[in-house]
Design a protein around this ligand. Structure first.
Ligand code: NAP
Ligand code: F7E
Length: 362
């Protein structure tokens, strides 16, 4: 028997949001957006032996001050107990589940950990929300970070909310589980739970082992003579690349709707990794052919060859549209990473050691 659903009305004024993955690319843009809108934002941070809050340091306020609206809590998606405690402590109106081991290539090396965080993490958080709603009768709106990686070996182009899934990685499989589980909780317990099927989105805050940022970091360093080569894998893979700052807006919009739902969020344009190299190296008057070499270690056991999304539903129901196209995105990322390379050059000229390549080997 289904429990009585909690009372539905949404908060009339911006309320309290709980965000997992707040230290990641999307978490940092979403926290900024929610703070701008007047929310109190509670972010879940993993304990680490070094600081992992660089992306949100600019938003952080001394907790001893008054009117602090960004609050950080230690927690982990693998720890159901801490998630339940966080729900009752924070009493959120909205929960955004962005935390994940989000690197597709790494998911082949660490499949079980990836499933623990991405799939089991989502169901643990959904259970915590469900228990909290049942015991308090308070309504919570839930956002699940689903992914275009779920489409995998695509059966139709472009992909929409109804395109069948054929995931090609442990990460993709885990996201499919989390996606279906979110829908199941919505249908079984009348929860306001929505999934954003987001296509690749990038920014100057993108992790340095994802291909766009790996490329733009290298472009900046090569231009200033700090690096001589860039080793990549499959240059023929095609992705629908958007700007993370635009995409977090769609997450928030989904939770402001009267009814929950699932939405593809994409730009509707696709480019190959090779074309992204042409754009970015071209922006600083370099030819990528002179610097890019192929290293098969970056090939994946199974590849996703082509992603191209159709965000018509988000456009018509949410009024969402991307503002930044891939050319603008490429220029934004290269300009940022040129500045970063300039800082590295200044440090090197002052006698500091600068690595001959950046990032980990992915
Ligand atoms: P990201 O930069 O890799 O950030 C992932 C976040 O999850 C980080 O804050 C990370 O913490 C945290 N995290 C990792 N393991 C965790 C755990 N066990 N418990 C709690 N938190 C954990 O990813 P993103 O690009 O912002 O993406 C946000 C979400 O959208 C992810 O779920 C991703 O899978 C999904 N997604 C991303 C894209 C995209 O193109 N960016 C597209 C579709 C879906 P640390 O900072 O400590 O590592
Ligand atoms: O790879 C190819 C690689 O790692 C893009 C995550 O945010 O988006 C992301 O997953 C393409 C792939 O992103 C290298 O083979 C070539 O075809 O930047 P990526 P991804 O795998 O698409 C989805 C939507 C998510 O949900 C994920 O969380 O680029 N590629 N050479 C390379 N990729 C990397 N990383 N490194 C290379 O050297």
């Amino acid at each position: 028997m289904n429990p009585t659903p909690p009372s539905p009305p949404p908060p009339l004024t911006p309320g309290t949001a709980l965000v997992t993955g707040v230290t990641g690319q999307d978490g940092s843009y979403l926290a900024e957006l929610l703070l701008r809108k007047g929310y109190e934002v509670h972010g879940v941070v993993r304990r680490s032996s070094t600081f992992n809050t660089a992306r949100i340091d600019a938003l952080y306020q001394d907790p001893h001050e008054h009117d602090v609206r960004l609050k950080l809590h230690y927690g982990d998606l693998t720890d159901a107990n801490c998630l339940a405690k966080l729900l009752s402590e924070v009493q959120p109106d909205e929960v955004y589940n962005l935390g994940a081991q989000s690197h597709v290539r790494v998911s082949f090396d660490m499949p079980i950990y990836t499933v623990d965080t991405v799939a089991m993490g989502a169901i643990k958080l959904l259970e915590a929300v469900r228990d909290y709603q049942q015991t308090t009768s308070r309504a919570v709106r839930y956002y699940q970070a689903s992914s275009s990686e779920m489409f995998g070996k695509v059966v139709e182009v472009p992909q929409t909310e109804t395109t069948p899934f054929h995931p090609r990685s442990p990460y993709g499989c885990a996201k499919v589980f989390a996606h279906h589980t979110t829908i199941n909780y919505r249908e079984s317990y009348d929860m306001h739970a929505s999934c954003g099927i987001l296509f690749n989105h990038e920014s100057p805050r993108r992790g340095e082992t994802f291909v766009t940022r790996k490329i733009t970091r290298a472009v900046g360093r090569i231009k200033l003579g700090l690096q001589s080569k860039l080793y990549l894998g499959n240059l023929d893979a095609k992705r629908d690349w958007g700007y993370a700052g635009d995409f977090v807006q769609a997450m928030w919009l989904m939770l402001q709707q009267d009814e929950p739902g699932d939405y593809v969020i994409a730009t509707g344009e696709t480019r190959s990794v090779r074309e992204f190299c042409e754009l970015t190296f071209g922006h600083v008057d370099l030819d990528y052919n002179d610097f890019v070499e192929i290293d098969p270690r970056y090939f994946r056991p199974a590849e996703v060859d082509l992603l191209l999304g159709d965000a018509a539903k988000a456009r018509s129901r949410l009024g969402w549209a991307p503002r930044v196209d891939v050319e603008q995105l490429a220029r934004m990322m290269v300009d940022h990473d040129l500045e970063l390379a300039q800082c590295e050059l200044t440090l090197r000229n002052a006698g500091h050691d600068i690595p001959s390549f950046v990032g980990h080997d992915q």
